[in-house]
Design a protein around this ligand. Structure first.
Ligand code: SF4
Ligand code: SF4
Length: 350
């Protein structure tokens, strides 16, 4: 908390450059992209607070002239923001010297995320993963809904992704006795790009993370009794399940669909698609993956960012929420995700 006198003698309030304001219908939000924190406030304050993002900031003169709240209320609000580490009171020259953080979304990879699903058809995963590597894909999620994928194959896939562009691997696999006595710290040490493992249809529930994974605190393993039997087990947008974005993702979400931009998937029937739960598919010619993902038809959904979606466009979470484009009447439907429980007009989760 700053001392009141110091605040009275200064002239401007500026948000730190890592803090961005996103306007919503009833509530708006300040995203702290460095500490990965989100602070909501009633949208009537937006017209005042938005000026804190740019030089010179909110001036002392505005404290007196605001029609929205009293001078004292505004000062208290700004001091609260300062105590939360979101901004500061400062002189005009200092405020003008705070440079905005550049927002640009990296274009080094043609594809960033990928999913390969396994269920009841043999999938030529080696051909698919080779094509993903050629596209400089960075993240791969392997999901197995049945016994189709053996432990040997999982290990083979992991081996095949080592020392490649694929730096993040997530596994969602079905229980098999052989997953019981894994020494997970060594397993993660061996497969350095493996981030998480979920073993479903397990006879027991158990979460392994933190201290149990020496020097690997950001990794986790979950054994769960609940089965994951199909691609429809995805896309739920609930209170508390959103993660604060990095600067890169924040700028990506301003324009692009958060889950599907630069993503390619291979459905459990072998079809190439944007997402396995969506309706469109693009054949099985993996040797032509590059051509498929460059096509306008494939990329159309990449551009359906939350600012183009009904209701999402006025939601204060729209630049933290990756949304979902599956489970709608059509893949290019502009309705709010059917599995979202938030109402931006009332500011309530239902
Ligand atoms: S679009 Fe929806 S269902 Fe598809 S992967 Fe993303 S969140 Fe899941
Ligand atoms: S899906 Fe839309 S309405 Fe729901 S939380 Fe995300 S941005 Fe807000």
């Amino acid at each position: 908390m700053i001392d009141t006198d110091a605040a009275n003698n200064t002239e401007y309030f500026r948000l730190h450059p890592n803090c961005k304001i996103v306007k919503g219908a009833k509530y708006s939000a300040i995203y702290d992209l460095q500490r990965r924190n989100l602070v909501r406030f009633p949208t009537e304050y937006y017209e005042i607070l938005k000026d804190a993002q740019f030089p010179p900031g909110i001036s002392a003169a505005l404290f007196e002239a605001s029609a929205i709240c009293t001078e004292e209320m505004l000062k208290q609000t700004l001091k609260r923001l300062e105590s939360l580490g979101l901004g500061m009171f400062c002189k005009e020259e200092f405020s003008n010297s705070i440079r905005p953080i550049e927002e640009n979304f990296g274009k080094a990879s043609n594809i960033i995320n990928s999913i390969i699903d396994f269920k009841d058809v043999v999938i030529d995963w080696k051909k698919i993963v080779s094509a993903l590597k050629a596209e400089r894909c960075r993240a791969l999620q392997i999901r197995s809904f049945s016994d189709m994928l053996s432990q040997e194959e999982v290990l083979e896939i992991l081996d095949f992704t080592q020392k490649s562009s694929i730096v993040h691997v997530e596994l969602i696999i079905k229980w098999d006795e052989r997953w019981k006595n894994i020494e997970w710290s060594s397993f993660f040490q061996k497969y350095r790009n493996l981030l998480s493992v979920i073993i479903h249809t397990s006879p027991y529930n158990n979460n392994i993370s933190g201290d149990e994974l020496i020097n690997l605190a950001d990794r986790f393993v979950r054994y769960q009794t609940k089965p994951i039997l199909s691609e429809s087990n995805c896309g739920n947008i609930k209170e508390g399940n959103m993660m604060m974005p990095t600067h890169t993702i924040f700028s990506e979400l301003q324009e692009f669909q958060g889950c599907l931009n630069k993503k390619v998937s291979v459905r459990s029937d072998g079809e190439i698609c944007n997402c396995p739960a969506m309706k469109s598919s693009f054949g099985q010619d993996y040797s032509n993956l590059s051509k498929v993902i460059k096509s306008e038809e494939f990329q159309e959904v990449w551009h359906l960012g939350n600012s183009k979606i009904e209701e999402c466009k006025v939601c204060e979470f729209r630049l933290v929420c990756t949304g979902c484009r599956a489970f709608l009447n059509s893949d290019l439907d502009l309705s709010k995700p059917s599995r979202c429980n938030y109402n931006p007009a009332t500011g309530k989760w239902v």
